[in-house]
Write a protein that binds this ligand. Structure first.
Ligand code: ATP
Length: 462
Protein backbone atom coordinates (compact mmCIF):
# COMPACT_ATOMS: atom_id res chain seq x y z
CA UNK A 1 0.00 0.00 0.00
CA UNK A 2 1.10 3.59 -0.55
CA UNK A 3 -0.59 6.92 0.28
CA UNK A 4 -3.94 7.40 -1.50
CA UNK A 5 -3.09 11.03 -2.29
CA UNK A 6 -0.69 13.86 -1.43
CA UNK A 7 -3.20 15.36 1.04
CA UNK A 8 -2.72 12.35 3.35
CA UNK A 9 1.00 13.16 3.54
CA UNK A 10 0.34 16.89 4.03
CA UNK A 11 -1.75 16.15 7.10
CA UNK A 12 0.64 13.52 8.52
CA UNK A 13 3.54 15.92 7.95
CA UNK A 14 1.89 18.75 9.83
CA UNK A 15 0.57 16.52 12.61
CA UNK A 16 3.90 14.88 13.34
CA UNK A 17 6.45 17.54 12.45
CA UNK A 18 7.82 16.58 9.04
CA UNK A 19 6.79 19.67 7.08
CA UNK A 20 4.92 22.83 8.13
CA UNK A 21 3.47 25.64 6.00
CA UNK A 22 6.10 28.41 6.02
CA UNK A 23 5.45 31.84 7.60
CA UNK A 24 2.22 30.36 8.94
CA UNK A 25 1.75 32.90 11.75
CA UNK A 26 1.63 35.66 9.11
CA UNK A 27 -0.83 33.85 6.89
CA UNK A 28 1.77 31.81 5.02
CA UNK A 29 3.68 32.54 1.82
CA UNK A 30 2.23 30.79 -1.23
CA UNK A 31 3.64 27.29 -1.57
CA UNK A 32 6.53 27.68 0.88
CA UNK A 33 7.24 24.96 3.40
CA UNK A 34 9.49 24.52 6.42
CA UNK A 35 11.02 21.18 7.38
CA UNK A 36 10.39 20.28 11.01
CA UNK A 37 12.35 18.01 13.40
CA UNK A 38 11.49 14.82 11.47
CA UNK A 39 11.49 16.36 7.99
CA UNK A 40 15.02 17.68 8.33
CA UNK A 41 16.21 14.22 9.44
CA UNK A 42 14.48 12.50 6.52
CA UNK A 43 15.87 15.05 4.04
CA UNK A 44 19.35 14.60 5.51
CA UNK A 45 19.02 10.82 5.23
CA UNK A 46 18.08 11.16 1.54
CA UNK A 47 20.99 13.51 0.87
CA UNK A 48 23.42 11.28 2.80
CA UNK A 49 22.25 8.20 0.90
CA UNK A 50 22.71 10.03 -2.41
CA UNK A 51 26.15 11.40 -1.53
CA UNK A 52 27.36 7.97 -0.34
CA UNK A 53 26.06 6.33 -3.47
CA UNK A 54 27.10 9.02 -5.98
CA UNK A 55 30.44 10.11 -4.51
CA UNK A 56 31.86 7.64 -1.96
CA UNK A 57 30.88 4.32 -3.51
CA UNK A 58 32.24 5.28 -6.93
CA UNK A 59 35.75 6.21 -7.93
CA UNK A 60 34.91 8.74 -10.62
CA UNK A 61 32.97 11.54 -8.89
CA UNK A 62 34.18 14.59 -6.94
CA UNK A 63 32.00 16.79 -4.72
CA UNK A 64 31.45 20.56 -4.97
CA UNK A 65 29.53 23.31 -3.19
CA UNK A 66 29.32 26.39 -5.41
CA UNK A 67 27.72 29.77 -4.69
CA UNK A 68 24.02 30.46 -5.01
CA UNK A 69 24.64 33.93 -6.47
CA UNK A 70 26.97 33.85 -9.47
CA UNK A 71 28.27 36.45 -11.88
CA UNK A 72 25.36 37.49 -14.10
CA UNK A 73 27.40 36.49 -17.15
CA UNK A 74 26.91 32.82 -16.18
CA UNK A 75 23.17 33.16 -16.80
CA UNK A 76 23.67 35.23 -19.93
CA UNK A 77 25.85 32.64 -21.64
CA UNK A 78 23.99 29.58 -20.29
CA UNK A 79 20.91 30.94 -22.07
CA UNK A 80 18.84 31.38 -18.90
CA UNK A 81 18.40 35.14 -19.29
CA UNK A 82 16.72 34.70 -22.66
CA UNK A 83 15.17 31.23 -22.54
CA UNK A 84 14.49 30.17 -18.95
CA UNK A 85 10.85 31.11 -19.08
CA UNK A 86 7.40 29.55 -19.02
CA UNK A 87 4.56 30.57 -21.37
CA UNK A 88 2.23 32.64 -19.19
CA UNK A 89 -1.46 33.13 -19.99
CA UNK A 90 -4.25 34.92 -18.11
CA UNK A 91 -7.81 33.67 -17.98
CA UNK A 92 -10.07 36.58 -18.96
CA UNK A 93 -13.00 35.02 -17.06
CA UNK A 94 -11.61 34.10 -13.62
CA UNK A 95 -8.38 36.14 -13.81
CA UNK A 96 -6.18 33.13 -13.00
CA UNK A 97 -2.57 33.28 -14.14
CA UNK A 98 -1.55 29.96 -15.68
CA UNK A 99 1.26 28.06 -17.40
CA UNK A 100 0.02 27.33 -20.91
CA UNK A 101 2.16 24.21 -21.36
CA UNK A 102 0.40 22.55 -18.40
CA UNK A 103 -3.15 23.19 -19.71
CA UNK A 104 -5.44 20.78 -21.50
CA UNK A 105 -6.81 21.60 -24.96
CA UNK A 106 -10.33 21.23 -26.34
CA UNK A 107 -11.20 19.55 -29.66
CA UNK A 108 -10.30 22.75 -31.56
CA UNK A 109 -6.92 22.97 -29.89
CA UNK A 110 -7.95 25.87 -27.60
CA UNK A 111 -6.35 25.87 -24.15
CA UNK A 112 -8.74 25.36 -21.23
CA UNK A 113 -8.41 27.27 -17.94
CA UNK A 114 -7.67 24.69 -15.22
CA UNK A 115 -9.51 26.88 -12.70
CA UNK A 116 -12.86 27.70 -14.36
CA UNK A 117 -12.89 25.72 -17.61
CA UNK A 118 -13.05 28.78 -19.88
CA UNK A 119 -11.11 28.94 -23.16
CA UNK A 120 -11.11 32.73 -23.09
CA UNK A 121 -7.38 33.08 -22.44
CA UNK A 122 -4.81 35.69 -23.44
CA UNK A 123 -2.01 34.89 -25.87
CA UNK A 124 1.03 33.37 -24.14
CA UNK A 125 3.97 35.58 -23.20
CA UNK A 126 7.29 34.38 -21.81
CA UNK A 127 7.79 34.80 -18.06
CA UNK A 128 11.38 34.44 -16.85
CA UNK A 129 11.59 32.20 -13.80
CA UNK A 130 14.81 33.56 -12.29
CA UNK A 131 14.57 35.47 -9.01
CA UNK A 132 16.31 38.83 -9.27
CA UNK A 133 18.31 40.55 -6.61
CA UNK A 134 20.93 43.30 -6.42
CA UNK A 135 24.48 43.13 -5.14
CA UNK A 136 26.03 45.74 -2.86
CA UNK A 137 24.85 49.16 -1.74
CA UNK A 138 23.17 50.16 -4.99
CA UNK A 139 21.58 53.53 -5.67
CA UNK A 140 18.35 52.08 -7.04
CA UNK A 141 16.73 48.65 -7.06
CA UNK A 142 16.78 48.39 -10.85
CA UNK A 143 20.45 49.36 -11.31
CA UNK A 144 21.44 46.98 -14.15
CA UNK A 145 25.10 46.92 -13.10
CA UNK A 146 24.12 45.43 -9.72
CA UNK A 147 21.58 42.92 -11.07
CA UNK A 148 22.11 39.30 -10.03
CA UNK A 149 20.01 36.15 -9.82
CA UNK A 150 19.45 33.39 -7.30
CA UNK A 151 20.51 30.26 -9.15
CA UNK A 152 17.61 28.34 -10.73
CA UNK A 153 19.73 25.14 -10.88
CA UNK A 154 22.97 24.01 -9.27
CA UNK A 155 24.39 22.79 -12.60
CA UNK A 156 25.95 26.05 -13.84
CA UNK A 157 28.10 26.30 -10.71
CA UNK A 158 29.56 22.93 -11.69
CA UNK A 159 30.26 23.82 -15.33
CA UNK A 160 32.16 26.98 -14.44
CA UNK A 161 34.29 24.97 -11.98
CA UNK A 162 35.08 22.20 -14.48
CA UNK A 163 38.67 23.35 -15.00
CA UNK A 164 39.28 23.97 -11.28
CA UNK A 165 38.21 20.46 -10.36
CA UNK A 166 39.99 18.91 -13.34
CA UNK A 167 43.29 20.60 -12.49
CA UNK A 168 43.21 20.09 -8.74
CA UNK A 169 41.97 16.49 -8.75
CA UNK A 170 44.09 15.44 -11.76
CA UNK A 171 41.12 13.59 -13.22
CA UNK A 172 40.85 12.07 -16.66
CA UNK A 173 37.63 11.56 -18.61
CA UNK A 174 35.18 10.16 -17.83
CA UNK A 175 34.50 11.70 -14.43
CA UNK A 176 31.75 13.64 -12.72
CA UNK A 177 31.08 16.39 -10.19
CA UNK A 178 28.25 16.11 -7.68
CA UNK A 179 26.53 18.92 -5.83
CA UNK A 180 23.61 19.31 -3.43
CA UNK A 181 22.12 22.73 -2.93
CA UNK A 182 19.21 25.12 -3.01
CA UNK A 183 17.74 26.37 -6.27
CA UNK A 184 15.10 29.06 -6.81
CA UNK A 185 12.47 29.45 -9.52
CA UNK A 186 9.69 31.99 -9.56
CA UNK A 187 7.21 29.31 -10.67
CA UNK A 188 3.97 30.57 -12.24
CA UNK A 189 1.89 27.85 -10.66
CA UNK A 190 3.60 26.26 -7.67
CA UNK A 191 1.61 23.74 -5.70
CA UNK A 192 0.87 20.16 -4.76
CA UNK A 193 2.62 20.55 -1.41
CA UNK A 194 6.41 20.22 -1.77
CA UNK A 195 6.15 18.91 -5.35
CA UNK A 196 6.56 22.34 -6.91
CA UNK A 197 7.85 25.23 -4.81
CA UNK A 198 9.78 28.40 -5.55
CA UNK A 199 12.65 27.42 -3.28
CA UNK A 200 13.81 23.81 -3.44
CA UNK A 201 16.88 21.64 -3.24
CA UNK A 202 18.60 19.71 -5.98
CA UNK A 203 21.11 16.85 -6.09
CA UNK A 204 22.90 17.08 -9.41
CA UNK A 205 25.69 15.22 -11.12
CA UNK A 206 27.44 16.57 -14.19
CA UNK A 207 29.30 13.66 -15.73
CA UNK A 208 31.95 14.61 -18.31
CA UNK A 209 32.82 12.18 -21.07
CA UNK A 210 33.99 11.74 -24.66
CA UNK A 211 31.17 12.52 -27.14
CA UNK A 212 31.04 8.99 -28.53
CA UNK A 213 30.63 7.52 -25.03
CA UNK A 214 27.74 9.81 -24.06
CA UNK A 215 24.78 7.65 -25.29
CA UNK A 216 26.07 4.57 -23.45
CA UNK A 217 26.86 6.49 -20.25
CA UNK A 218 23.44 8.14 -20.37
CA UNK A 219 21.79 4.73 -20.36
CA UNK A 220 24.08 3.49 -17.57
CA UNK A 221 23.06 6.41 -15.34
CA UNK A 222 19.40 5.69 -16.01
CA UNK A 223 19.76 2.05 -14.97
CA UNK A 224 21.79 2.98 -11.96
CA UNK A 225 19.30 5.65 -10.80
CA UNK A 226 16.46 3.12 -11.01
CA UNK A 227 18.36 1.04 -8.49
CA UNK A 228 19.17 3.93 -6.16
CA UNK A 229 15.56 5.16 -6.12
CA UNK A 230 14.22 1.68 -5.43
CA UNK A 231 16.87 1.33 -2.73
CA UNK A 232 15.18 4.23 -0.92
CA UNK A 233 12.13 1.99 -0.57
CA UNK A 234 10.15 3.28 -3.56
CA UNK A 235 8.30 0.48 -5.32
CA UNK A 236 8.99 -0.10 -9.03
CA UNK A 237 5.22 -0.17 -9.63
CA UNK A 238 5.10 3.54 -8.84
CA UNK A 239 8.00 4.44 -11.11
CA UNK A 240 8.32 4.71 -14.87
CA UNK A 241 10.47 6.35 -17.54
CA UNK A 242 9.37 9.03 -19.94
CA UNK A 243 11.40 9.75 -23.05
CA UNK A 244 11.06 13.45 -23.95
CA UNK A 245 9.98 14.09 -27.53
CA UNK A 246 12.09 16.20 -29.92
CA UNK A 247 9.71 19.13 -29.36
CA UNK A 248 10.03 18.88 -25.57
CA UNK A 249 13.83 18.70 -25.42
CA UNK A 250 15.67 21.70 -24.00
CA UNK A 251 17.82 23.55 -26.57
CA UNK A 252 21.02 21.95 -25.22
CA UNK A 253 19.76 18.39 -24.94
CA UNK A 254 20.24 15.48 -27.32
CA UNK A 255 18.20 13.08 -25.19
CA UNK A 256 16.36 13.49 -21.89
CA UNK A 257 14.62 10.75 -19.98
CA UNK A 258 12.48 11.65 -16.98
CA UNK A 259 11.88 9.22 -14.16
CA UNK A 260 8.25 9.64 -13.14
CA UNK A 261 6.60 8.78 -9.84
CA UNK A 262 2.88 8.11 -9.28
CA UNK A 263 2.36 11.32 -7.28
CA UNK A 264 -1.40 11.44 -8.04
CA UNK A 265 -2.79 7.89 -7.58
CA UNK A 266 -6.28 9.28 -6.93
CA UNK A 267 -6.68 10.48 -10.53
CA UNK A 268 -9.01 8.34 -12.60
CA UNK A 269 -7.06 8.70 -15.81
CA UNK A 270 -3.95 6.53 -15.28
CA UNK A 271 -1.86 8.70 -17.60
CA UNK A 272 -2.40 11.70 -15.32
CA UNK A 273 -1.24 9.92 -12.17
CA UNK A 274 2.42 10.42 -13.05
CA UNK A 275 4.76 13.38 -12.79
CA UNK A 276 8.49 14.03 -12.87
CA UNK A 277 10.64 12.90 -9.97
CA UNK A 278 13.92 13.55 -11.75
CA UNK A 279 15.49 13.84 -15.20
CA UNK A 280 18.62 12.59 -16.91
CA UNK A 281 19.82 14.64 -19.87
CA UNK A 282 22.56 14.30 -22.45
CA UNK A 283 23.54 18.01 -22.59
CA UNK A 284 26.13 17.45 -25.35
CA UNK A 285 29.15 19.80 -25.30
CA UNK A 286 26.86 22.86 -25.11
CA UNK A 287 27.72 24.01 -21.58
CA UNK A 288 31.52 23.90 -21.67
CA UNK A 289 31.47 25.50 -25.12
CA UNK A 290 29.25 28.46 -24.21
CA UNK A 291 31.30 29.26 -21.10
CA UNK A 292 34.62 29.15 -23.02
CA UNK A 293 36.44 32.09 -24.53
CA UNK A 294 37.51 30.39 -27.77
CA UNK A 295 34.50 29.09 -29.73
CA UNK A 296 33.36 31.31 -32.59
CA UNK A 297 30.10 31.65 -34.49
CA UNK A 298 29.66 31.26 -38.27
CA UNK A 299 30.96 34.82 -38.81
CA UNK A 300 34.13 34.19 -36.83
CA UNK A 301 32.97 36.17 -33.78
CA UNK A 302 33.66 34.82 -30.28
CA UNK A 303 30.40 33.48 -28.84
CA UNK A 304 31.59 34.40 -25.35
CA UNK A 305 33.74 37.55 -25.26
CA UNK A 306 33.46 37.76 -21.45
CA UNK A 307 34.99 34.42 -20.47
CA UNK A 308 38.68 34.33 -19.58
CA UNK A 309 39.06 30.54 -19.80
CA UNK A 310 38.84 27.76 -22.31
CA UNK A 311 37.02 24.78 -20.82
CA UNK A 312 38.16 22.25 -23.42
CA UNK A 313 39.90 19.02 -22.47
CA UNK A 314 43.13 17.59 -23.82
CA UNK A 315 43.14 13.83 -24.14
CA UNK A 316 46.76 12.73 -23.77
CA UNK A 317 45.99 9.22 -25.03
CA UNK A 318 44.68 10.41 -28.41
CA UNK A 319 46.35 13.85 -28.60
CA UNK A 320 42.97 15.47 -29.16
CA UNK A 321 41.48 18.63 -27.69
CA UNK A 322 37.69 18.84 -27.47
CA UNK A 323 34.76 19.98 -25.31
CA UNK A 324 33.50 17.03 -23.26
CA UNK A 325 29.87 15.92 -23.47
CA UNK A 326 27.89 16.07 -20.24
CA UNK A 327 25.40 13.61 -18.87
CA UNK A 328 23.29 15.27 -16.18
CA UNK A 329 21.16 13.35 -13.71
CA UNK A 330 19.18 16.00 -11.80
CA UNK A 331 17.06 15.10 -8.79
CA UNK A 332 14.94 17.15 -6.42
CA UNK A 333 15.43 16.45 -2.71
CA UNK A 334 11.88 17.59 -1.96
CA UNK A 335 10.16 15.49 -4.61
CA UNK A 336 12.23 12.50 -3.52
CA UNK A 337 11.16 13.06 0.09
CA UNK A 338 7.52 13.24 -0.97
CA UNK A 339 7.82 10.03 -2.99
CA UNK A 340 9.59 8.23 -0.13
CA UNK A 341 6.83 9.24 2.31
CA UNK A 342 4.00 8.37 -0.09
CA UNK A 343 5.45 4.97 -0.83
CA UNK A 344 6.08 4.15 2.83
CA UNK A 345 2.56 5.07 3.92
CA UNK A 346 0.37 2.22 5.08
CA UNK A 347 -2.57 1.62 7.40
CA UNK A 348 -3.38 -1.27 9.70
CA UNK A 349 -6.36 -2.03 11.94
CA UNK A 350 -5.60 -2.93 15.54
CA UNK A 351 -7.50 -5.41 17.73
CA UNK A 352 -9.87 -2.63 18.86
CA UNK A 353 -10.81 -1.97 15.25
CA UNK A 354 -8.93 1.36 15.13
CA UNK A 355 -7.00 2.36 12.03
CA UNK A 356 -3.32 3.01 12.66
CA UNK A 357 -0.90 4.66 10.27
CA UNK A 358 2.46 2.97 9.79
CA UNK A 359 5.17 4.71 7.83
CA UNK A 360 7.15 1.73 6.58
CA UNK A 361 10.34 3.64 5.85
CA UNK A 362 13.52 1.73 5.12
CA UNK A 363 15.62 1.88 8.34
CA UNK A 364 18.21 4.01 6.50
CA UNK A 365 15.51 6.62 5.82
CA UNK A 366 13.79 6.57 9.23
CA UNK A 367 14.29 9.90 11.09
CA UNK A 368 14.48 7.98 14.38
CA UNK A 369 15.83 4.43 14.46
CA UNK A 370 14.77 3.49 17.97
CA UNK A 371 12.55 4.98 20.70
CA UNK A 372 13.22 3.98 24.29
CA UNK A 373 10.05 4.04 26.37
CA UNK A 374 9.65 3.55 30.13
CA UNK A 375 6.52 1.59 31.03
CA UNK A 376 6.11 3.53 34.28
CA UNK A 377 7.38 7.08 34.32
CA UNK A 378 6.68 7.50 38.01
CA UNK A 379 9.23 4.81 38.87
CA UNK A 380 12.66 6.50 39.00
CA UNK A 381 14.65 3.25 38.50
CA UNK A 382 12.77 2.48 35.28
CA UNK A 383 13.17 6.03 33.97
CA UNK A 384 16.87 6.00 34.83
CA UNK A 385 17.42 2.65 33.09
CA UNK A 386 15.54 3.83 29.98
CA UNK A 387 17.54 7.06 29.82
CA UNK A 388 20.79 5.12 30.18
CA UNK A 389 19.83 2.74 27.34
CA UNK A 390 19.01 5.72 25.11
CA UNK A 391 22.39 7.27 25.87
CA UNK A 392 24.22 4.01 25.14
CA UNK A 393 22.46 3.51 21.81
CA UNK A 394 22.80 7.10 20.58
CA UNK A 395 26.38 7.03 19.24
CA UNK A 396 25.45 4.05 17.06
CA UNK A 397 21.96 5.11 15.92
CA UNK A 398 19.51 7.99 16.26
CA UNK A 399 17.63 7.15 19.46
CA UNK A 400 15.06 9.11 21.48
CA UNK A 401 13.59 8.79 24.96
CA UNK A 402 9.84 9.38 25.27
CA UNK A 403 7.59 9.19 28.31
CA UNK A 404 4.85 11.59 27.24
CA UNK A 405 1.99 9.10 27.08
CA UNK A 406 0.69 5.60 27.71
CA UNK A 407 2.56 2.81 25.95
CA UNK A 408 -0.15 2.23 23.31
CA UNK A 409 -0.09 5.90 22.34
CA UNK A 410 3.70 5.97 22.26
CA UNK A 411 3.84 2.92 19.97
CA UNK A 412 1.24 4.47 17.65
CA UNK A 413 3.20 7.72 17.48
CA UNK A 414 6.44 5.95 16.59
CA UNK A 415 4.66 3.81 13.94
CA UNK A 416 3.32 6.93 12.35
CA UNK A 417 6.74 8.54 12.00
CA UNK A 418 8.41 5.35 10.78
CA UNK A 419 10.58 4.39 13.77
CA UNK A 420 11.58 0.77 13.09
CA UNK A 421 11.96 -0.28 16.74
CA UNK A 422 10.60 0.61 20.16
CA UNK A 423 12.41 -0.57 23.28
CA UNK A 424 10.27 -0.78 26.41
CA UNK A 425 11.72 -0.83 29.90
CA UNK A 426 9.39 -2.37 32.52
CA UNK A 427 9.47 -3.59 36.12
CA UNK A 428 10.90 -6.93 35.06
CA UNK A 429 13.79 -5.19 33.29
CA UNK A 430 15.09 -4.10 36.70
CA UNK A 431 15.26 -7.78 37.71
CA UNK A 432 16.39 -9.57 34.55
CA UNK A 433 18.32 -6.83 32.69
CA UNK A 434 16.22 -7.39 29.57
CA UNK A 435 13.85 -5.16 27.59
CA UNK A 436 11.00 -5.63 25.12
CA UNK A 437 11.82 -4.83 21.51
CA UNK A 438 8.77 -4.12 19.38
CA UNK A 439 8.89 -4.28 15.59
CA UNK A 440 7.07 -1.46 13.71
CA UNK A 441 5.87 -3.55 10.77
CA UNK A 442 4.79 -6.78 12.48
CA UNK A 443 3.99 -5.41 15.96
CA UNK A 444 5.70 -8.50 17.37
CA UNK A 445 7.51 -8.16 20.68
CA UNK A 446 10.63 -9.91 21.80
CA UNK A 447 12.60 -9.95 25.04
CA UNK A 448 16.26 -9.03 24.54
CA UNK A 449 19.05 -8.64 27.07
CA UNK A 450 20.29 -5.05 27.42
CA UNK A 451 23.88 -6.27 26.93
CA UNK A 452 23.04 -7.59 23.47
CA UNK A 453 20.62 -4.79 22.50
CA UNK A 454 22.91 -2.49 20.52
CA UNK A 455 24.31 -5.31 18.41
CA UNK A 456 20.89 -6.85 17.71
CA UNK A 457 19.41 -3.50 16.68
CA UNK A 458 22.42 -2.58 14.52
CA UNK A 459 22.10 -5.88 12.67
CA UNK A 460 18.37 -5.41 12.06
CA UNK A 461 18.77 -1.81 10.96
CA UNK A 462 21.44 -2.56 8.37
P1 ATP B 1 9.09 20.48 -14.13
O1 ATP B 1 8.87 20.08 -15.56
O2 ATP B 1 8.34 19.64 -13.14
O3 ATP B 1 8.96 21.97 -13.89
P2 ATP B 1 11.83 20.58 -14.78
O4 ATP B 1 11.92 19.60 -15.91
O5 ATP B 1 11.83 22.02 -15.07
O6 ATP B 1 10.62 20.18 -13.82
P3 ATP B 1 14.55 20.27 -14.04
O7 ATP B 1 14.96 21.60 -14.50
O8 ATP B 1 14.89 19.08 -14.88
O9 ATP B 1 12.98 20.25 -13.74
O10 ATP B 1 15.05 20.06 -12.53
C1 ATP B 1 15.51 18.84 -12.04
C2 ATP B 1 14.72 18.37 -10.84
O11 ATP B 1 14.63 19.42 -9.86
C3 ATP B 1 13.28 18.00 -11.13
O12 ATP B 1 13.18 16.71 -11.66
C4 ATP B 1 12.64 18.12 -9.77
O13 ATP B 1 12.92 16.96 -8.98
C5 ATP B 1 13.38 19.28 -9.17
N1 ATP B 1 12.59 20.51 -9.35
C6 ATP B 1 12.56 21.33 -10.42
N2 ATP B 1 11.74 22.37 -10.21
C7 ATP B 1 11.22 22.20 -8.97
C8 ATP B 1 10.31 22.95 -8.16
N3 ATP B 1 9.79 24.09 -8.60
N4 ATP B 1 10.00 22.47 -6.93
C9 ATP B 1 10.54 21.33 -6.47
N5 ATP B 1 11.41 20.59 -7.17
C10 ATP B 1 11.76 21.00 -8.41
Amino acid sequence: MSAPNIETIVSLSKRRGFVYPASDIYGGLGSSWDYGPLGVELANNIKRSWWNWAVYERDDIEGLDSSIILNRAVWKYSGHETTFSDPLVDCRECKSRLRQDKLEQDADGKFICSNCGSTNLTDPRPFNLMFRTTIGAVSSDDDPTALAYLRPETAQGIFINFKNVLDTSRRKLPFGIAQIGKAFRNEVTPGNFIFRTREFEQMEIEYFCRPEDAPRIHQEWLDSYDQWIQGLGISSENLKHYEQTKEELAHYSERTVDILYRFFPEREDEAKQWDELMGIANRTDYDLRVHSKKPEDAEGKRINPDSTEDLSYFDTATNERFYPYIIEPSTGVNRTLLAVMMDAYSERTNEKGETRVILKLKPEMAPIKVAVLPLAKNKPEIVEMARRIKKDLQPAMRAVYDDTGGIGKLYARQDEIGTPFCVTVDHESLEDGAVTVRDRDTWTQERISVDALKEVLQKRLS
